[in-house]
Design a protein around this ligand. Structure first.
Ligand SMILES: [Zn+2]
Length: 336
C-alpha cells in the first residue's frame, strides 16, 4: 500500500539525492528503484554507492520510510552551520506594470489607509524546510512536514521545489541568521493541522475510556451505599469503602490522562536556502496614530503577491489589521 506519506518521502528523497549528484531511477508505480550515489553521500547515508532504493525495509540498500534511518542520516547532508544547500537564481522576470491595482485586489486593510508608493527589484532568501514531526501518546503519529518561508516577511508560502528548478545553481550565501524560530512555528501549525484527525480520534478514545471508568466506579460506589442501607450498624466502614473507591477513581483518571497526553516534537532534517529575485512593493499605511512604510513581495516564481504573516499566529494574511505600532495581525488575533 502506498500512502501519501510514502509518496512525500519518496519525492523528498529523490530530489535530495539528485541535488547531491546522485542518479536515481525509481519509476512512479514501483515500490523500489535503483540509485547510484557519489561516494561521500553514500558514506553519510551508510549505504552502498550502487544500491537498491525502496520504500520497504530491506537488509542492504537504502530504505526510504518513516521507520528507516533515512531521515536521521539525511540530516548529515544538511549541516546546519554551512551554506552547502544554498541555491541562487540570477534573474527572473519581474512585473513592470503599476502595482496599485494588483495590491488593491489582493489585500484589504480594514483599519488603515494604505497607498502604494512604488516597486523595485530586490532579492529575497526563501527557505525550504523539512521537519520530521511526531506526536507521542497512546499511539504515535509521524509525518514529514515541509514549510517554505520568505525570510524577510516570515510568511509561509506555497512554492515549487527549488531542487527541481533548472535556473537554480549552487552558491554560497552569507551566514545570515537562519530563521529557525519562524520556520519551527510555521511547521508546528502545519503539523497540527495534519495531525488533527489523529488528535481527534485520541480525544474521542480518551472520552470513551473516561466514561467507562467513571461508570464502573460509580457502580461500585452505588453498591457501597446500597450495602450501607442494609447494614446500618457499620456506617464508618461504608464511608471508608466509598472513600477508597473515590481515591482509586482519581488515581485511574490521572493514569488515563497521562496515557493520552500529547507529546509533540519537531526535528529539522533539511533546509534549502534559495536566493531569488523578487519585486518589493513599498506601501504606506496611515492611521490616526501615525504612518509607516512597509514592504510586501511579488513572488517571481509563482507570479503572485505574497501574503504577510500575522505577528501573533503566523498565518499568511491578505486582510491585514494593524495593531499599535503597525503590527500586522489576522482578523482572529486582532479581535482577541
Ligand atoms: Zn493571527
Amino acid at each position: 500500500m502506498t500512502t501519501a506519506i510514502d509518496q512525500r518521502m519518496k519525492s523528498f528523497a529523490v530530489s535530495l539525492l539528485e541535488s547531491g549528484g546522485g542518479l536515481i531511477e525509481w519509476p512512479e508505480h514501483l515500490k523500489s528503484g535503483f540509485a547510484i550515489l557519489p561516494p561521500q553521500t553514500a558514506a553519510l547515508l551508510e549505504c552502498p554507492e550502487n544500491t537498491e532504493i525502496t520504500a520497504e525495509s530491506v537488509e542492504r540498500g537504502l530504505t526510504i520510510n518513516l521507520a528507516s534511518m533515512f531521515l536521521q542520516r539525511a540530516e548529515r547532508l544538511f549541516p546546519r552551520d554551512t551554506s552547502a544547500m544554498a541555491l541562487k537564481i540570477d534573474t527572473l522576470y519581474l512585473k513592470k506594470s503599476a502595482m496599485d491595482e494588483p495590491v488593491a485586489r489582493a489585500f484589504a486593510f480594514p483599519n488603515a489607509r494604505v497607498k502604494v508608493l512604488g516597486a523595485s527589484a530586490d532579492r529575497v532568501e526563501y527557505q525550504f524546510w523539512h521537519f520530521a514531526a511526531a506526536i507521542e501518546s497512546d499511539e504515535k503519529w509521524e509525518d514529514v512536514v515541509g514549510v517554505t518561508i520568505n525570510s524577510r516577511s516570515h510568511a509561509r508560502l506555497e512554492m515549487p521545489d527549488p531542487l527541481n528548478n533548472y535556473d537554480a545553481h549552487p552558491t554560497r550565501l552569507d551566514q545570515v541568521p537562519v530563521d529557525f524560530a519562524a520556520a519551527t512555528a510555521q511547521a508546528a501549525a502545519v503539523a497540527g493541522a495534519k495531525a488533527s484527525g489523529f488528535i481527534r480520534r485520541l480525544e474521542e478514545r480518551m472520552d470513551r475510556d473516561m466514561k467507562r471508568l467513571k461508570s464502573y466506579y460509580h457502580a461500585l460506589l452505588d453498591d457501597a451505599s446500597d450495602r450501607s442501607r442494609r447494614t446500618v450498624a457499620e456506617p464508618d466502614k461504608t464511608d471508608a469503602r466509598a472513600k477508597a473507591v473515590e481515591l482509586e477513581l482519581d488515581r485511574k483518571t490521572e493514569e488515563l490522562r497521562e496515557r493520552y497526553t500529547l507529546r509533540p516534537s519537531l526535528r529539522p532534517v533539511a533546509l534549502v536556502r534559495l536566493d531569488a529575485p523578487a519585486l518589493a512593493v513599498t506601501l504606506n499605511a496611515q492611521r490616526r496614530d501615525g504612518e509607516k512604510q512597509f514592504n510586501i513581495y511579488w513572488n517571481a516564481m509563482t507570479k503572485t503577491l505574497e501574503p504577510l504573516a500575522c505577528s501573533a499566529c503566523g498565518e499568511g494574511i491578505f486582510s491585514i489589521h494593524f495593531a499599535e505600532g503597525f503590527v500586522p495581525l489576522c482578523g482572529a488575533c486582532a479581535h482577541k
